[in-house]
Design a binder for this molecule. Structure first.
Ligand SMILES: Nc1ncnc2c1ncn2[C@@H]1O[C@H](COP(=O)(O)OP(=O)(O)OP(=O)(O)O)[C@@H](O)[C@H]1O
Ligand SMILES: [Mg+2]
Length: 133
């Protein structure tokens, strides 16, 4: 496990761009951390690092955004139950061979693949973040 201390949104974004190079198709990354920690900033940086040109936006209302069929960004904050997630077809996304980034994964714990990577962001201050990966 390693830790990176970020002092700005831009630093977090650039860290994520680099981190993306360690990912392989089929990987699932759980993005952990409180509201406003920077999970979506990391998702944006990972997308950039993967060469995805489309702008990454928070999938809060859509639950899952797909980018070029090779990056799937989940926001499970509003998921009420694993049954609901199941009915929305969440489990299938883990089988498509893309990279899956999951915010608020605790809400779909039972649907996650066995092997996952984890990035945990902690707020240290207004613009300081600890990124454990
Ligand atoms: N070092 C930093 N790294 C990342 N974001 C930072 C940093 N410093 C300040 N911020 C700010 O923190 C916020 C992070 O927002 P972001 O949407 O990424 O959070 P989130 O973890 O996805 O929250 P949510 O659970 O609500 O989706 C942004 O407003 C960003 O500008
Ligand atoms: Mg978010």
């Amino acid at each position: 496990m390693a830790v990176f201390i970020s002092s700005s949104e831009g630093e977090t974004f650039r860290w994520a761009e680099e981190y993306a190079k360690t990912l392989r198709p089929g990987d699932t990354v759980l993005l952990d951390g409180e509201m406003g920690a920077g999970k979506t900033v990391i998702a944006k940086g990972i997308a950039k690092g993967l060469g995805i040109l489309q702008e990454v936006t928070s999938p809060t209302y859509a639950y899952i955004n797909s980018y070029e069929g090779r990056l799937f960004h989940f926001d499970c904050y509003r998921i009420q139950s694993e049954r609901q997630a199941w009915e929305l077809g969440f489990a299938d996304y883990f089988e498509l061979g893309g990279i899956c980034l999951v915010e608020w994964s605790e809400n779909i714990a039972g649907l996650l693949p066995e092997a996952v990577k984890r990035v945990a962001v902690k707020k240290l201050g207004e613009t300081q973040r600890e990124i454990e990966f």
